[in-house]
Ligand binder design. Structure first.
Ligand SMILES: NC(=O)c1ccc[n+]([C@@H]2O[C@H](COP(=O)([O-])OP(=O)(O)OC[C@H]3O[C@@H](n4cnc5c(N)ncnc54)[C@H](OP(=O)(O)O)[C@@H]3O)[C@@H](O)[C@H]2O)c1
Length: 274
């Protein structure tokens, strides 16, 4: 199913509805910058915000959502447990801290930010507890490769609902995507815009062909690949631009052309060596 509207959702493996499209707020400054970005996004119809304890802006995310007057339950909020808080008890504590900063009674999705060796299974047990307590509507992981997922699922009760990984035309992660599909784990793209590196000639050519921007082409490619996407911007014009991807369709030939740009290039750390 391809989303037709900025707030359209996919049903996760536990029945929870998660919008295909959202706003990322990594490196958006706490305070006015992130609050304004969220206001622009909500005005443009976004109903999904992706933050993390690491981003040090959870308080502002919570404040902006409250200030919008939009009911809490209409907005999907993700946050993540940071690496130094991993382990069972420390994750439970980190979750309380995140909830307090967000000033919310629950989050929609709580993620293990990175697969910290020797710790992620204990961290996951804590997420399972949080989920059973109803304080996260869904739980998932981030930056997990196939071997991390296999290892985790061998010793856990709940299959992650989501795996949020670096994903864009230069890093298509096809094996991982296929594995996630087989296990009903929804793939979500971080750094979908290659952190703003949008000058590849093939992408520029496609942008001209469709009368769209490169950012829009790449985000549309995510949706047609059934990958959730959370581009970050703090600028109103770009926040609006990034959401204008529901009024055109890439041909299957152009979808393949974009995928063929893959060169396993990462802008962020590699989960196996970070
Ligand atoms: N789980 C993880 O480990 C992980 C890691 C990284 C990111 N994430 C999440 O994924 C989100 C997105 O990833 P990201 O922030 O790394 O990178 P991104 O979304 O790929 O790119 C963001 C950059 O592109 C610029 N930009 C945005 N829209 C644009 C447009 N239409 N045209 C040109 N440039 C544009 C932004 O600048 P301006 O803001 O100045 O507009 C910013 O510099 C993050 O915010 C975070 O929520 C998760």
């Amino acid at each position: 199913m391809i989303a037709r509207h900025v707030a359209d959702t996919v049903t996760l493996n536990n029945g929870i509805e998660m919008p295909w499209f959202g706003l990322g707020v990594y490196k958006a400054q706490a305070g006015a910058e992130v609050e304004q970005a969220i206001q622009y996004a909500l005005d443009a119809g976004y109903r999904h915000i992706d933050t993390a304890a690491l981003y040090a802006n959870e308080e502002s995310v919570g404040a902006a959502i409250k200030a919008s007057g939009i009911p809490r339950e209409s907005i999907f909020v993700t946050t993540k447990v940071w690496n130094t808080d991993q382990g069972y008890d420390s994750t439970l504590q980190a979750f309380e801290t995140s909830l307090r900063k967000l000033d919310m009674e629950y989050v929609d999705l709580y993620l293990v930010h990175w697969p910290i060796k020797g710790k992620y299974k204990d961290t996951w047990r804590a997420l399972e507890q949080i989920y059973k307590d109803g304080r996260a509507k869904a739980i998932g992981v981030s930056n997990f490769n196939i071997h991390h997922l296999n290892d985790l699922m061998m010793d856990s009760e709940i299959v992650p609902s989501v795996n949020q990984v670096e994903y864009h035309p230069f890093l298509t992660q096809e094996d991982l995507h296929e594995f996630c599909k087989q296990h009903n784990i929804q793939l979500e793209a971080w750094s979908p815009l290659m952190r703003g590196d949008l000058n590849h000639p093939t992408l520029v050519e496609l942008a001209n062909k469709y009368g769209k921007t490169v950012a829009q082409i790449v985000l549309r490619w995510d949706l047609q690949n059934e990958v959730i996407t959370i581009p970050k911007s703090v600028h109103q014009a770009r926040i609006i631009e990034n959401a204008q991807i529901f009024d055109f369709e890439l041909s299957s030939e152009d979808m393949r052309l974009i995928s063929s740009l893959n060169r396993n290039h990462r802008y962020g750390p590699d989960p196996d060596t970070f």
